[in-house]
Design a protein around this ligand. Structure first.
Ligand code: E4P
Length: 223
């Protein structure tokens, strides 16, 4: 399973990349706004910087919601760097745009997926990735992870090559559950990735190893 980080924050991307486990980055207009990035030139510069920081795919989302606008914007975004993936919302014109991008060799990530039907349609249009939003489904008291299992089953049964990218991850537990449910990729906040490191028995165990080592060193020094 690939690990993407879901942020437009350069320090966080750098920290995740330094672990040597980062395969890519996803962004969205809210995440870009959180970093205070606005204006076409600044937005494109920021995407270029991110694309240079990671070898893998970097999703950059279109703002346009009509076919012509999405195609124009998507081509410009895809031209920023070879690893930019154009993120397109799951709407009628979005599906048209994804079909178009697939025909001209531009990679896409179909975002705001909340049903198996949407994931099937996006794959049929030729999306490189689909992004079902687990956390936002959990937020309305449904089971987000069921959608990951459903899409994984559909794609496996149908031999679909579109990558299932579990998004809107809110915890380390979500990452493990998405892996079990058959996600090809998870995109996560840095805190959820770092949370995977934690176990109290690891800390207790390491403390004991080091204490034992210290004891024998001291005994040898005093002998
Ligand atoms: C992924 O591509 C989305 O941008 C993101 O995961 C949404 O997460 P949120 O529901 O925490 O905003």
């Amino acid at each position: 399973m690939k690990f993407f980080i879901d942020t437009a924050n350069l320090q966080q991307i750098e920290e995740a990349a330094s672990l040597g486990i980062l395969d890519g980055v996803t962004t969205n207009p809210s995440l870009m706004a959180k970093e205070g990035i606005s204006g076409t030139a600044n937005v494109e510069r920021h995407y270029r910087t991110i694309a240079e920081m990671v070898p893998g795919d970097v999703s950059a989302e279109v703002i346009a919601t009509d076919f012509e606008g999405m195609v124009e914007e998507g081509k410009r975004l895809a031209g920023i760097a070879p690893n930019i993936v154009v993120k397109v919302p799951m709407i009628k014109d979005g599906i048209k745009a994804i079909s178009h991008f697939a025909k001209i060799g531009i990679k896409t990530n179909c975002t705001l997926i909340f049903s198996g039907a949407q994931a099937l349609l996006a794959a049929k249009a030729g999306a490189t990735y689909v992004s079902p939003f687990i956390g936002r489904i959990d937020d309305i008291n449904w089971e987000g992870m069921d959608l990951i299992s459903e899409i994984a089953a559909i794609y496996q049964t149908q031999g679909i090559k579109t990558e299932l990218l579990a998004a809107s991850i809110r915890s380390s537990k979500h990452i493990v559950e998405a892996a079990l449910a058959g996600a090809d990729v998870v995109t996560c906040p840095l805190s959820s990735i770092l949370g995977m490191l934690k176990h109290p028995l690891t800390d207790i165990g390491l403390e004991k190893f080091l204490a034992d080592h210290r004891k024998v060193q001291e005994a040898a020094a005093n002998a």
